[in-house]
Design a protein around this ligand. Structure first.
Ligand code: MN
Length: 237
C-alpha cells in the first residue's frame, strides 16, 4: 500500500494558500501520496491521511506561547494558519498519526505541544543563508541515542541548509533534542506520541532530496515507514 501524507500550506495572501512543490516531490520520491491541507480544514481532514507534514513558512504569533513580541516578524504571521496547524497537530497527536515538522514545522510542534521559541536568533553562524536552497551551509550533530540517528542511517553529523531566524528554545514535555548546530541551537527534536515517532527538523530536507545532500530523502522515508505502520494497523478512520 502507498500511505497518504497530508501537507499544510502557507497563507500567501487573503484567500490564497500555496505550497512549494519540492515538498510534494519529496513525499512522492519517498513512496507516499501527497495531499494538500488548506488553511480552513478541521481536524476531520486527518481521516484522509496516514502521516502529516508541517511545512515551512512565516513566524508563529508569540501569543500562542504566552510571550510579548521579542523579534517575531509580524508581517509574516498568519493566525489562520497558526490555528489550523495547532488543531491538526493536537488531533494527530491524539490519534497517533506520525508527524514531520520542517523549519516552521518544528516550531509548530514546539508551540502547540508546550515548548517555546527563540524569537530572533543572535548567532555567530548564519542560519539565514544566501546560498541556493539545495546547498548545505552548516553542520548539525546528531544524538546517537536518537530515533533521528537511526532514520539517517547512523550518521553522527550531516550538512544542512538553513533558512530560519527563529529556533526552538524548549522542547515540549516528553520530547527530546535529536540534533544541534555547532552554536548549540536545536536543529531537530523527536517525540513518541500514541506509540508513533514524530520528528521536527529546522532545516529544509525537501530542497536537498534531488542532490542527495545530508541523507535528506531518508527523513521522508522515515515518515513514510511510520505512516505505513499507522495505515496497516487499520488506525485511519
Ligand atoms: Mn540552521
Amino acid at each position: 500500500m502507498t500511505p497518504i501524507v497530508g501537507l499544510t500550506m502557507a497563507r500567501i495572501a487573503e484567500r490564497r494558500d500555496a505550497l512549494t512543490s519540492t515538498y510534494m516531490e519529496a513525499v512522492q520520491m519517498a513512496g507516499g501520496i501527497p495531499v494538500l491541507l488548506p488553511n480552513m480544514v478541521s481536524q476531520d481532514a486527518l481521516n484522509a491521511v496516514d502521516g502529516l507534514i508541517l511545512t515551512g513558512g512565516g513566524d508563529f504569533h508569540p501569543k500562542w506561547y504566552g510571550e510579548p513580541n521579542r523579534g517575531t516578524r509580524m508581517e509574516t504571521v498568519s493566525v489562520e494558519r497558526d490555528a489550523t496547524e495547532m488543531t491538526l497537530i493536537r488531533e494527530a497527536g491524539r490519534r497517533g498519526i506520525p508527524m514531520l515538522g520542517i523549519c516552521r514545522g518544528i516550531q509548530a510542534l514546539a508551540v502547540t505541544l508546550g515548548g517555546t521559541l527563540i524569537q530572533d536568533l543572535a548567532s555567530p553562524i548564519a542560519h539565514s543563508q544566501s546560498a541556493p536552497r539545495p546547498e548545505p551551509t552548516h553542520t548539525v550533530e546528531i544524538d546517537p541515542a536518537s530515533h533521528l540517528f537511526t532514520v539517517l542511517g547512523l550518521l553522527k553529523t550531516v550538512r544542512v541548509n538553513s533558512f530560519h531566524h527563529q529556533a526552538v528554545a524548549d522542547v515540549p514535555p516528553g520530547w527530546q533534542v535529536s540534533a544541534r548546530s555547532e552554536d548549540g541551537m536545536i536543529e531537530a527534536m523527536e517525540g513518541q506520541i500514541g506509540g508513533t515517532w514524530s520528528l521536527g527538523v529546522q532545516w529544509h530536507p525537501e530542497d536537498m532530496v534531488q542532490t542527495g545532500e545530508g541523507s535528506a530523502l531518508k527523513i521522508f522515508q522515515g515518515l513514510i515507514e511510520t505512516a505505513t505502520c499507522y495505515h496497516v494497523q487499520g488506525r485511519r478512520n
